[in-house]
Design a protein around this ligand. Sequence first.
Ligand code: SAH
Ligand code: SF4
Ligand code: F3S
Length: 447
Amino acid sequence: MKKRVYIKTFGCQMNENDTEKMYILLSDEYEPTLNPEEADLILINTCSVREKPQHKVYSEAGRYKHLKKKKPELIIGITGCVAQQEGENIIKKLPYVDLVLGTQGFYFIKEALKTFTKTKKPVVFTELKSDFKPPLILEEKNFISSDKKITAFVTIMQGCDNFCSYCIVPYVRGRETSRPPEDILKEVEELVKKGVREVTLLGQNVNSYGLKEKGYPDFAELLNMVSQIEGLWRIRFTTSHPKDLSDRLIKVMAENPKVCHHIHLPLQAGSNKVLKRMNRKYTKEEYFKKVKKLRDAIPDIALTTDIIVGFPGEEKEDFEETLEMLEKVRYHEIFSFKYSERPFTVAQKFNDKIPEEEKEKRLKKVHEVQARITKEIYNSYVGKEVEVLVEGFSAKSKELLMGRTTTNVIVNFKAPRLDLKGALVRVLIEEAGKHSLKGKYLETLKT
Ligand code: SAH
Ligand code: SF4
Ligand code: F3S
């Protein structure tokens, strides 16, 4: 009988994707379990982008400590960004941890397990190579979940070279490298063979895909290449750094019918002074010009963004400019965060920190303003017919189906039959909720 592995994942989609890769790498010896109590191997795949998720790692690990008392052969490992950041320190703080594998190290999980089984000593692997190319790892059969997957993530690049002054990612994910296009195509083809209809291409800054490598396509070209895969209906991508958003990409988004009409374009702040100190390399005027270009080329495009409030030195007037940008751009949704001081970063050394209560106030204000805008935008869908790719049942009810519009809005809807998972259907929107729409099925467009 196979042993069992439980993986708890924190952080971004890239981490979720890495978790899937670990399941696949381990699959000849381990099968996944959702219950840590019955696991032989527990991995915590961690995030350190803000202080809070970093702390969660320690409380999460603490939960499994007692399991080891009951089952001494249980192996516990920490992987991902906190593992990369802390390395050996994790073993000092949590002596019951057996494996510490960084953001490249997790690819060697099988070797690490072998070494650990032999030596019974903690294995720490946190080397970060600047020219690292992740191996091609394909899921041979559906063992992660027996459910057919309709949407999937494909990591197209590793690392980040942008060094925004608040951000730890370049330090924990290493230098930016792009995966070979043939690996990406192969991975997407395999997913499509298994029934996937929509892929999201992942990278910290997809717009600079292939620019460092000789003979690679650029991101716009890669999108066109991926779109030629038969049976794949939709392509999404994230994240786009505004400074590298090219006219070529806008053109492909407008002309290639498989590329979805949604772009996540992190603004971070609306004041040029703050943007400069963040090292974002664009002004709010340049950002807005790109938004205008996108909307001119793709009138129904949905934008979403990330906002940081309370960056060091952000005065009330600076913050007002962030609110102004929200009103001007009118994003479908935003992800907003209080600035959190991170090790290694340039902003850590800035003296003019904003008090916690003030950050809290600003975050609340941002939520308030955006909730109104999202409501207005979602209300404007009511009465419209939209195309929805059905992903499965609605989270709230097994009597409703759930899917997304090309603009990435969640739609829950009634349908005369419930076996429409994987179909592209037309839905009439009847009601707008806070973070989703509700409607009724009209017809099936494609199966
Ligand atoms: N590469 C992506 C984002 C990765 S991190 C990009 O450039 O958009 C995701 C988001 O976390 C960032 O966009 C930013 O808004 C937020 N973030 C990163 N570091 C942070 C910090 N120190 N404090 C608060 N939020 C942070
Ligand atoms: Fe962090 Fe900036 Fe890189 Fe995004 S682009 S991962 S915010 S350094
Ligand atoms: Fe977190 Fe690492 Fe992603 S720090 S946001 S898991 S790249």
